[in-house]
Design a protein around this ligand. Structure first.
Ligand SMILES: [Zn+2]
Ligand SMILES: [Zn+2]
Length: 311
């Protein structure tokens, strides 16, 4: 694919220092060496963090660490940038969804050993008494596994972060992920989701996405330069047809107009909060005691999955 990570094959010099370039940023028109590329990534992420006031004095940041390139690069960046600050703590949180041959905590353990941060883990099996493999087997297919998984992961990662005293939850989503999500809502005609204000609930740890301004291929190169090789096998259930189509569409269009993904992400940000959103008040689910808005989605998914299991 055109937008995949490609170290440039023709020898070029860095536009800033004349050393050998490792990447051509089409949207900036610059060739960059490893050092200037790193500086370019890190300065944009820092600017984004400042702009949103995402990290403040006294924060304990829980990094949702899957062990893939995005979350591991984010952990690396946060430790490099904030690790020396006595007023900021960094923890890692890993969730084992129970997907055979995909989620392997021993790989993540190596990363933790290297970065030496407090590590909190949880599993669907312990938390909910069922694995994602079990859910797919009970349903008879994996059509809805990503949405089940997302809902179940959301609650457990939030609970772990809250109990660990985290004040922020950091996710490794990159620019491509963000632009795809906006575009998917556009193509579904989902105005409500595009304009929904960010809802706050006292039991929900605020979520931050520092890499949302960095294209996927640049995060991959950043990981390649600073984190080293990672076992990045894809989830066997991840074949969301719409996301795949939107990914292709955005990559093709970005080839013609290099700033497209930035524009789409900015559009999403500008639209967010303009709508009223559903009129529900934040509350605690009477069944599971976790924060919810109206009907608890986690409990609804668990009921549905239990129904599938006994069918
Ligand atoms: Zn340079
Ligand atoms: Zn509940």
């Amino acid at each position: 694919m055109r937008d995949d990570i490609s170290l440039i094959d023709v020898h070029m010099n860095c536009s800033k220092c004349r050393r050998e370039a490792v990447i051509y940023q089409r949207y900036s028109g610059m060739h960059l060496c490893a050092e200037h590329f790193t500086e370019s990534v890190e300065s944009r992420v820092k600017r984004e963090i400042r702009r949103h006031r995402w990290i403040e004095h006294g924060d304990t940041i829980g990094v949702a660490l899957s062990g893939g390139k995005d979350s591991t690069s984010l952990l690396h960046f946060l430790i490099k940038t904030f690790g020396h600050r006595p007023d900021i703590e960094i923890h890692a949180i890993t969730i084992d969804e129970g997907i055979a041959g995909y989620r392997d905590l021993t790989e993540t353990e190596e990363i933790i050993r290297r970065y030496d941060v407090p590590w909190h883990t949880a599993s669907f099996a312990e938390e909910y008494g069922i694995t994602l493999d079990g859910i797919v087997a009970g349903q008879g297919d994996d059509r809805r596994s990503c949405s089940f998984c997302g809902v179940l992961r959301r609650r457990v990662v939030n609970r772990i972060a809250r109990e660990a005293g985290c004040t922020k939850l950091a996710f490794g989503f990159n620019l491509d992920d963000e632009a795809q999500s906006v575009m998917m809502n556009v193509l579904r005609g989902d105005a409500e989701r595009l304009t929904m204000p960010q809802r706050e609930n006292p039991g929900m740890i605020p979520r931050i996405r520092p890499f949302a301004v960095i294209p996927e291929r640049e995060v991959a190169l950043y990981a390649h330069l600073h984190v080293g090789p990672l076992a990045d096998h894809g989830c066997p259930y991840a074949h969301n047809a719409l996301r795949g189509d939107v990914r292709r569409l955005l990559n093709e269009y970005t080839w013609l107009h290099p700033s497209t993904k930035f524009a789409v992400r900015t559009l999403g940000e500008e639209l967010q909060g303009l709508g009223a959103g559903p009129a529900v008040t934040p509350e605690m689910c009477p069944r599971c005691g976790e924060p919810a808005f109206g009907t608890c989605r986690t409990c609804a998914v668990l009921d549905e999955v239990a129904g599938g299991k006994s069918r």
